[in-house]
Design a protein around this ligand. Structure first.
Ligand SMILES: [Zn+2]
Length: 138
């Protein structure tokens, strides 16, 4: 119990922002899919990521800002990959890639625009494991 109280105290003193509960199911799903290979620490909130973006990551404080209007219009797969993409920027310092493989599909979850990854995965479900493999250490 002492330990728990300390965690709450630290949380209250530290971060002023907390991840919006809207993102929790997606983070849970990503964590499950990655089998604990990535310890997601970013704070994810709705806000204004900039007119052209669905989401953006501020690496200095590891905060991901998601456009709420665009989020509403996204499918489940799109949301999943947009978040994972931003986590790649925020927590792994990865850069965007615009390359498509010879099969016309993205070769990395850092494909930009990330909102398209979800559509590719919806049409090619086997792509999901391929894109997650490097994150699983495979
Ligand atoms: Zn990006």
């Amino acid at each position: 119990m002492k330990y728990l109280a300390l965690i709450f105290l630290l949380a209250a003193c530290g971060e002023s922002q907390k991840t919006d509960p809207a993102f929790s199911p997606y983070i849970q799903e990503i964590n499950q899919d990655l089998n604990g290979h990535l310890n997601i620490k970013s704070t994810i909130v709705f806000g204004t990521p900039g007119p052209r973006f669905e989401a953006t990551c501020f690496q200095e404080n590891s905060v991901i800002i998601v456009d709420q209007e665009k989020w509403k219009d996204m499918t489940h797969e799109q949301r999943y990959w947009v978040l994972l993409h931003e986590i790649g920027h925020c927590e792994l310092s990865l850069e965007d890639s615009e390359l498509l493989g010879p099969n016309g599909l993205p070769t990395t979850f850092m494909f930009n625009p990330s909102i398209q990854i979800g559509l590719f995965v919806e049409e090619n479900p086997e792509l999901k494991d391929f894109l997650l493999a490097p994150l699983r250490g495979e």
